[in-house]
Write a protein that binds this ligand. Sequence first.
Ligand code: PGA
Length: 247
Amino acid sequence: MKYFFANWKMYLDFDETMILTNQLLSEIHATDVYKSLSVAFFPNTIAISEVIKACQDTEIAVGAQTVNWVPKGAYTGAVSAQLFSQLGCSYALLGHSERRYIFGENNDDIRKKIEACIDANITPVICIGETISDVENGKEEYRIKKQLMKALDGLNISSCIVAYEPVWAIGTGKNCDANQAGDRIAMIKQEILQYTAHTVPVLYGGSVDEHNVLSYTQQEIIDGVLVGKSSTTYDSCIGIIKQMMIR
Ligand code: PGA
């Protein structure tokens, strides 16, 4: 079973989100995708409850793109893991590079969000990856290991997913070489062993599309993909799903 996670970011408005959801649902239902793929949509927060309703009688999961770590209180503009859980979210993306580098989230913030998700019964999807300046300074492994350590040390987490997303590959059209991604993911899985005895699936993300997806998902070590831009139009999203079913 491979994972196909679609991160729609803030690309789509409410109506566009619902049109895409319904188009994908009818195609997915017709083709028995569930036998080979675990699918989750990550819509914008405004659309989440309607997408959850639309997916109710399917095996498609829905997740939040970020959460606040305090369950309730005076946090203007925030939506907590607990509130997303009450809506019916199964997953939350945490530590996505856009949250780290545009909104200034650090490893400590992300750790609090991971713990909040565990408390709220949401499976965290922990996003990690090196920046281009890490690459230039030979710090790729250091960055990845540090992000993992800060996220997982002392937690013995039983249910989580990690997404390896090199920051330089996100939204740039410059996807990471598939063998390099496989090697990194092998290293990440080895590293995770020191933090939990449970199996943690590790996905690749960063400019995945219908033309390159198989180069990742055909590798045993890569458990699936987290896709941004190419998951936001029907043709490319279905194209990726169909490719993944061929493997
Ligand atoms: P992208 O985004 O597929 O548009 O590169 C991936 C992500 O941000 O998860």
